[in-house]
Each structure stands twice: as C-alpha cells, then as structure tokens.
Design a protein around this ligand. Sequence first.
Ligand code: BG6
Length: 471
Amino acid sequence: MVQSDFLWGAAVAANQLEGAYLSDGRGVSNIDLLPYGKDRLAIAKGEMHYTCVSEDAYYPSHNAIHFYDKMKQDIELLHELGLKCFRFSISWSRIFPTGLEENPNEKGLSFYDELISELEKYNIEPIVTITHFDVPKGLMDHCGSWRSREMVNHYLKFTRVLFERFKDRVKYWISFNEINMLLHKPFTAAGITFEENEAKEQIIYQAAHYQMVASAYATKQLHEIDKNAKMGCMLAAGEFYPYSCNPVDIRRAQKDNQKNYYFVDVQARGSYPRWALKKIDLLGIDISPSDIKVLRENTVDYISFSYYASRTSKEDVSDVDTNTGNAAGGVVNPYLKRSEWGWMIDPLGFRITINSIWDRYQKPLFVVENGLGAQDLIDDHHQIEDDYRIEYLSQHISEMILCIEEDSIPIIGYTMWTAIDLVSASTGEMKKRYGLVYVDKDNEGNGTLRRVPKKSYSWYKKLIESSGKIR
Ligand code: BG6
C-alpha cells in the first residue's frame, strides 16, 4: 500500500520559471546565455561558443514565466492542487551574483525564504535542488567553471549559506540535478565551454569528479549543520535495453548502463567502479587521497532520479533510426509509442528502471521528475483537455505503485514534471508543455502570462486525495 506520508508533488527548476534574471542583484548564469532556436543544442553540447549567436537572439530564461514576481499566486494554485511536496531549485547567481562574493546577496536569500514560508503556510514539504543546470557566469569567466578544482570551494560556500539559513526547514536536498547530463551537455549541466582541439572527454570526466567531490563535502556539511536533513544525488535515469539478443547488443546495453550509473555508483557506494578506475587513469584525472576519503565517507542518503523514457542500445546503428530526442543516446525502440518530440513512451520501463536502481544500490528512492511534453490547445471555453498527459502520468504512476506494492521497493515520493508550464530545458520552447497549469506565453515570449489549470490539474488533485488509488 502507498503510505499516507508518501510525498506526492511536482517539480520545477529556477532557470526555467523564475525570470527576473537581473532583479534584486542577481547575476547572469550559464542558462541565461542559451538562446531559443537553432544554436541552442550546439551550445548546450559545447560544440559552439555562446558568444557566436546572432545579436537579436532571444533568451527564454530571462523572463521565463515570471515566477519571481508571481510566486505567491502560483504557490496558492499548488496548494489548491493539494501537493504534499514541491521540488524547486535555487538560482546560484541570485545568492552569489558572480559566485566570487564573500557574502551572499540578502535579497536573493529572502526570495527563497519567502517561498519556503509560503510552502510552510500550506504544509507543503520543500524539496530543494541546490543546482539545476546552473552556474554563475562569473565563475565560468574566473576559472572555467567545473573544469577547475576551485569550484569545490565556491560550491561549498554556497551550500553552507543555504544549509545554515534553511536549517530545520528543508529536510530533502539534492546536490546536482541530473548529474550525468554533464556527459552529454557540458555547457547546460556545468557551464563548460571548450577551445578548439581541447581534450573534451578528459575535461568532462575531470569536471564530473569535482562535482562528485563537491557533492560529498556538501553531504558532510549538511549532516554537521542539520542532522535531520537528507542529501540525495539525482540521475537522469532510463534503462538501456539491448535492441536484440545478439550478444554484441547485450554488451552495448551493459556498457551504456554502466556509463549512465557512473555517478551514482560513486555517490551511493562511495567509490569508483573498477572499469571506471581504468578509464580515469587513462584520461589522467586529478584525484587526491582526500577526495577518495571524502567520497567514501559521505555517500548520499537517498537516490533521486528523473524518468521520461527507457533507451535502447544497438552495436550497429547503420540500419536503424537514432533520432530518439534523448540526450543519453540510443536508438528508436520499435515496440514503443513516441511523444510529439520523438521521446519514447514506456511506462513498464519505469518499473524496470526503478527495480534496477533499487537492486544496484538498496537506498531509498525518490522519483523527482516524470512527465509528458506536449502541445496543449486552449479551447473557446478556456479549457485544456490534456487527456494524453493524464494517460501518460496514470500509466507511469501505476507502474511505480506496483514497485511499492509488489516489489516492496521503498520510494519516498513522486514529483511529476511539472506543476506549471515553463521553458523547455532542451529546446527553449514554451510550446513543449509539461504543466498541470497552462501559462499563456509562446516560444517568442508573447502572451498574457495568464495561468489556467488544465484537466490534468483536477485529475492529479483527485489522485493525491485518494493516495494514488484514483488514477
Ligand atoms: C530534465 C530536466 O532533463 O528533463 C528538466 O531536469 C527538463 O530541466 C526536463 O525540463 C524535460 O526536458 P525538456 O528538455 O523537454 O524540457
């Protein structure tokens, strides 16, 4: 049975909804440099420099959905929805505008203070992601962001401020959103840009090591400051299936899964898997004895993850479609339906993935993202009949409930993506909507910003009221 204290909720990320990108002393962050349109993906992957875009480029994060100004009314809508928890992230450059200041920006901190107070008023548990695709530009300029060990200290200065300020008020923290996204989109995930002919792989795996060390020190810091609080890692999850029973495909899937679990292996078990030690040795990654110690002694308390789809691995991809829309790669799975953006839809894969993560780590799990990006149409009566989203969520939640009830896997909660329409991380579009609440804004930034609850909003409300029984 799903326990009555199960955390039903929804998730968002600062850079995708707050806007107000220079208000109250906030500094520019990496995501503020990602334009909407054709150059976005190349910049995200580190294949193009963000300064090379045209002068009239449009940057969707700058205003996003104006949550910074509309926070109270938006949280009220979430309260009416009956959320038990709300996952949001902190904009690092709101607290340390360039990342280099000695003291935090009080106005930035006050915003999150007020946000948490609003949640407390309505008995909604805050789940806080410390960085969700977020690095102050000041740190990119100063030391090349996470390619430098210096970042560990900048990060820990930031986390100390948060842990001390929100002690006893935030129980669940997440150190880095989708930490494995660094392997695929180093600019989005870690603010890293490359010079021509640089050893990209070496830089990426070095940055990965520094992020994991920072996360381990932050876990230690959190436990010292607030002994009841819990730190989670966060993985962009999704099982890699072999395309066929040909052993070469099985081996390809095994390797793809190992690569995907690279970060969580370290964060949950406290050491690098043996295959990875060989790789990082070959790459010449800087790892000190104190790094090894901090990683070993400060594993995470729980494992959080996003799940949108499974992935499929094939050794020879010459005769299949590789256009899956999934940053982690893979090929099209002929057994599955796809979303309007080509993402696979695989509810059973959700159960398979949850079981794999549990079997591998045996730590409490927290599903912190799952949802469907779709184009919603608002009809003449201002209704949005998003039955496709209800179907997606219902099927996935049913599989998660089977994990709890039949497979006996401990799951802390489920925060669907997302509470309210916001800017798509991969495409920068507004029309790729995931929300339970519609926001009147288009891809070019036009619209009244009016909020309209969709059909899925009422559906999710009933689901929460019934502890997941009515779905
Ligand atoms: C996850 C991210 O990768 O997927 C979110 O953590 C993102 O930030 C979500 O929005 C959905 O992806 P997209 O690219 O469709 O917005």
